[in-house]
Design a protein around this ligand. Structure first.
Ligand code: FES
Length: 196
């Protein structure tokens, strides 16, 4: 279910972040071939699924394909607060604040992420390591309160669990750095995969 909390965002130039027109054309060719092109929200969800955020040129393409104004597309995109307009961090953290999670203290979890990362919801850390977003129900209510990091769903979240995840990330980064320093190759630890 979409969260309909209105919000204000600033959409500036320079948000393309390496996404080429060709990437958008390729995405649009696939997306608008199927049902996703029938609806602006669905098209924007598909765009964000593909690129992790809504690149400006992608939104312009949605407007062109749907035959509506760019302002109308921006209006839709800014109406729903799960759309983001800047690229996510390396660890994209999404805290579910849907009803089941809200009842189980999701707000406390979100505030703890904000405190620990020194980051407001919707932002990205300066080193682009973390982004933090609030999302509506992700369909895992039985595990509430839920945080999704990348593709990994973590249930029964608590401030203590947040601390544990960040500690594991820090240790994984230190290990990556020491391996890089000693010239060791091989796969790096997937910190997300090591949450549970
Ligand atoms: S309300 Fe959070 S997973 Fe459903």
């Amino acid at each position: 279910m979409l969260d309909r909390t209105p919000r204000v965002v600033i959409i500036g130039a320079g948000l393309q972040m390496g996404i080429e027109e060709k990437d958008i054309r390729d995405w649009a060719a696939g997306c608008f071939y199927g049902a996703a092109g029938a609806n602006c929200v669905q098209a924007l969800l598909a765009l964000q699924d593909r690129f992790g955020y809504l690149p400006k040129i992608g939104m312009h393409e949605v407007a062109r394909r749907l035959g509506i104004t760019r302002a109308a597309v921006y209006g839709v995109a800014t109406f729903y607060n799960q759309f983001r307009f800047t690229p996510p961090g390396r660890h994209a953290i999404k805290v579910c604040t849907g009803t089941a999670c809200h009842i189980k203290q999701a707000t406390k979890v979100l505030e703890h992420w904000e405190r620990r990362l020194d980051l407001k919801t919707g932002g990205v850390t300066g080193d682009r390591e973390y982004s933090l977003d609030r999302v509506a129900c992700v369909g895992c209510c039985v595990m509430a309160p839920v945080t999704v990091i990348g593709e990994v769903v973590i249930g029964e979240m608590s401030p203590t669990k947040v601390d544990g995840i960040l500690l594991r990330h820090r240790l994984a980064r230190e290990k990556e750095r020491s391996q890089a320093g000693t010239g060791e190759g091989g796969a790096t630890e997937n910190a997300e995969g090591a949450e549970e």
